[in-house]
Ligand binder design. Structure first.
Ligand code: FAD
Ligand code: NA7
Length: 541
C-alpha cells in the first residue's frame, strides 16, 4: 500500500545555514546530485556568525583554520588581515561561500523547522517548516551546538525599562556608546563584549558569577609573506590539524608539567602567554594540564599571577580571580583584564552579592545596592549541543520523541546518528568531537555523505545505529571524559549551565585524529554496528 501525499518531496532536507548546513547542501546537491531543500530560521547564512553580532565577537581559532578546507580554490582565494577573524569577516566569508557554490537556491531563510516525524511504513520523514509540511528520505540537522540561547530567569527582569540584549541574538545596528551597561556572564562571550564595550560606554558593570581563567588571544596583523607561506603549505597545515587532538594548528604537548623544574614551567607558560590562544595555553604547554590536578593548578596559578599583575585595583583583581580548576573551554581575550583598569568599568561578584531583583532602573544586588543601567547584556551562553533538538518535535520509529529517547543523557553514535531515528543525521550532535570545529564539522559532513552514497548505491533505504552501538559510544565518551579534570567543574561542556538540565557527557574528548580513524574504520567495515534496511514494499519516492 502506498500513501499519497501532496506535500513537496525531496531526497534530503537540511536544517541550518552555518558551517555544517552549507557544506551539507553543497555535498548533497552539488556532489551527490540529490534534490535538497534547506531551512534556516535566520534571515541569511553564517549560523553562529549571523546571530552573534555583539561588539568584540571574534573567533578564537586562528584565521587560517577557521574556515573550510574542502576546496583548494576557496582556500587560495581567501584572505585575512589578522591572526583572528572578527564576526563581520566571518559573515562575509560565508556570503562568498554561498555565492561560489550556488547554495542560496536551495534555502528558505526566515523559516523555522518545528517538527520532524518519521513515517515508518513509508520510510520517509515528514518535516514541518514555516507551517508547511515537506517530505524527505533523509534529514540532515546542522542546527548548531552553541545556538539555542540560555536566558536566565531573574526576578523582575520583565519590569526593566531599558534595553535587554542576549549576545547570541544580537540585533543589527545597536550602538551602546555613551550608555550605562550591565553585562551578565563572564565566559568567552562575556569577556569579549566587556573588552569591546569598556572604552565606548559611559559606565560598565560586569556581573560575574564564576570568574574564569583567560589568557591573551594574540590578535595581530598577518603580513603578506605570512599569508603566502600559509597558502603554500596549506595541505600540510590541514593534515597536521586533522590528525591532532584539538585541531587548533599547534602540536599538542606531551611533557608532563611536573616533570620539569618550576623555572622551566614558568618559561613555557610565559611563552604561551606571549604567543596567545586559549587552547594553545591548555594543550600546547604541557601534556597533562587537562588531566592532572597538580599540572592544572600550576597553569591556574600562573594565570592568577598575571591577573594580579595586570589589574591595579586589588578589590577588582580579587573579584576577577578564579580559584577553582582550570577546566572549562579555555578562554582567551584581547585585553579583558586591562579593561578593569578603566574608572568606568566595575565588577560585581555575584557569589558575594547575588541578584536580588531587577527593577525598572537596573539591578539590585543582595547588599541592597541598585546598579543603575540603561542596557542589560546577557552573555549567559547556550543550552549547548542537544538544546536545539529538544526545542523541536522530533519523532522517530514507534513515535518515540527525541526528548524521551534522550531522557537525561543525550546519546548518539559518533555524534552524527542515533538509534530509532533512521536516515536522520546530526552535525555535532551529542558526543561529537571537542575541537576547533570547522574540521570536525567537515569530517562529519563528508562521512555522512559517504554513508548516504553507500546506501543509495546499495538499495538501502533506512540506516540507523543499533542500540548497543550507541550505548558503547556513550560509555567510551564517558570513560574518556572521566580521565579529565573537565568533569570536576560545572560548565556547558556537560550541560551543567542550564537550570534544570541534567548534566551528562556531551563530547568525545578523544581528539579529532582518533575520531577520524574511528570513522574510517566504521566505513571500511561496511558500517558495522548499523542496521541497514532494504526497501519495503510500501516505499514512495
Ligand atoms: P551554527 O553555526 O550554530 O548554525 C546552526 C544554524 O541552524 C543557525 O543559523 C540556526 O538559526 C539554525 N537552526 C537551528 N534550529 C533551527 C530550526 N529549528 N529551524 C531552522 N533553522 C534552525 N568554534 C570554533 O571552533 N572556534 C571558534 O573560534 C568559535 N568561536 C565561537 C564564538 C561564538 C560567539 C560562538 C557562539 C560559537 C563559537 N564557536 C567557535 C562554535 C561555533 O558554533 C562553531 O564553530 C560553528 O560555527 C558551528 O557551525 P554549525 O553549522 O554546526 O552551527
Ligand atoms: P558560557 O561559557 O556558558 O558563559 C556563560 C556565562 O554566563 C558564565 O559566566 C555563567 O556563569 C554566566 N551565567 C549564566 N547564567 C547566569 C545567571 N543566571 N546569573 C549570572 N550569571 C550567569 O557562554 P559563552 O557564550 O560565554 O560561551 C559559550 C561558548 O560559545 C564558548 O565556549 C565559545 O565556544 C563560544 P557560571 O560560570 O555558570 O557561574
Amino acid at each position: 500500500m502506498s500513501t499519497q501525499s501532496s506535500s513537496p518531496s525531496v531526497d534530503v532536507i537540511v536544517i541550518g545555514a552555518g558551517f555544517g548546513g552549507l557544506y551539507g547542501v553543497h555535498k548533497f546537491a552539488n556532489e551527490l546530485n540529490m534534490s535538497v531543500l534547506a531551512f534556516e530560521k535566520a534571515s541569511g547564512p553564517a549560523g553562529t556568525w549571523h546571530w552573534n553580532r555583539y561588539p568584540g565577537a571574534l573567533s578564537d581559532t586562528r584565521s587560517h583554520l577557521y574556515r573550510y578546507s574542502f576546496d583548494k580554490d576557496l582556500l587560495q582565494d581567501s584572505s585575512w588581515e589578522n591572526t583572528y577573524l572578527t564576526q563581520p569577516e566571518i559573515l562575509a566569508y560565508f556570503e562568498d561561500v554561498v555565492e561560489r557554490f550556488d547554495l542560496a537556491r536551495h534555502y528558505r531563510f526566515n523559516t523555522e523547522v518545528t517538527s520532524s516525524v518519521y513515517l515508518e511504513d513509508e520510510q520517509l520523514w515528514e518535516v514541518t517548516a514555516g507551517g508547511q509540511i515537506y517530505r524527505a528520505r533523509y534529514v540532515f540537522n546542522a542546527v548548531g551546538l552553541l545556538s539555542a540561547v540560555n536566558m536566565p530567569d531573574i526576578a523582575g527582569l520583565d519590569t526593566f525599562e531599558g534595553l535587554v540584549l542576549h549576545t547570541g541574538a544580537w540585533p543589527e545596528g545597536i550602538d551602546l556608546s555613551g550608555k550605562r551597561v550591565g553585562v551578565v556572564g563572564s565566559g568567552s562571550t562575556g569577556t569579549q563584549v566587556v573588552t569591546a564595550l569598556g572604552p565606548v560606554v559611559e559606565h560598565l558593570t560586569h556581573f560575574i558569577r564564576t570568574p574564569q581563567y583567560s589568557v591573551p588571544v594574540g590578535k595581530r596583523p598577518v603580513s603578506e609573506a605570512e599569508l603566502a607561506e600559509i597558502k603554500a603549505n596549506y595541505e600540510q597545515i590541514w593534515e597536521q590539524a586533522k590528525n591532532s587532538s584539538v585541531a587548533f594548528g599547534f602540536e599538542e604537548a606531551t611533557t608532563p608539567a611536573m616533570s620539569v623544574s618550576a623555572q622551566e614551567r614558568e618559561r613555557v607558560f610565559h611563552q604561551a602567554w606571549e604567543e596567545g590562544g586559549g587552547f594553545n595555553f591548555m594543550f600546547g604547554t604541557f601534556g597533562d594540564i587537562a588531566t592532572d590536578v597538580a599540572a592544572n593548578e600550576a597553569a591556574a596559578a600562573f594565570i592568577r599571577g598575571k591577573i594580579a599583575e595586570i589589574v591595579t585595583d586589588p578589590e577588582k583583581a580579587r573579584k576577577l580571580t578564579p580559584h577553582d580548576l582550570y577546566a572549562r573551554r579555555p578562554l582567551c581575550d584581547d585585553g579583558f583584564y586591562d579593561t578593569f583598569n578603566r574608572d568606568n568599568v566595575d565588577v560585581v561578584a555575584l557569589k558575594e552579592t547575588p541578584f536580588q531583583e531587577i527593577t525598572p532602573e537596573g539591578v539590585v544586588t543582595a547588599d541592597g545596592k541598585l546598579h543603575e543601567v540603561d542596557v542589560l547584556v546577557f552573555a549567559t551562553g547556550f543550552d549547548a549541543v542537544d538544546g536545539n533538538y529538544r526545542r523541536m518535535e522530533i519523532r522517530g520509529r514507534g513515535g518515540v520523541s527525541i526528548n524521551e529517547h534522550w531522557d537525561g543523557q543525550p546519546s548518539s553514535y559518533l555524534g552524527v546518528t542515533t538509534s530509532k531515528f533512521p536516515n536522520w543525521f546530526m552535525i555535532l550532535g551529542p558526543n561529537g568531537p571537542f575541537t576547533n570545529l570547522p574540521p570536525s564539522i567537515e569530517t562529519q559532513v563528508e562521512w555522512i555523505a559517504e554513508l548516504v552514497a553507500f546506501a543509495e548505491a546499495n538499495g538501502i533505504t533506512a540506516v540507523e545505529p543499533e542500540e548497543a552501538t550507541v550505548e558503547a559510544w556513550t560509555d567510551t565518551c564517558r570513560e574518556i571524559a572521566g580521565m579529565t579534570v573537565f568533569t570536576k567543574v560545572d560548565s556547558w561542556i556537560f550541560g551543567a549551565n542550564v537550570p534544570g538540565k541534567k548534566p551528562s557527557v556531551l563530547f568525545y574528548l578523544g581528539g579529532l585524529g582518533n575520531y577520524r580513524s574511528i570513522l574510517r574504520d566504521v566505513a571500511d567495515s561496511g558500517y558495522q554496528g548499523f542496521a541497514l534496511a532494504r526497501a519495503k514494499d510500501t516505499v514512495l519516492v
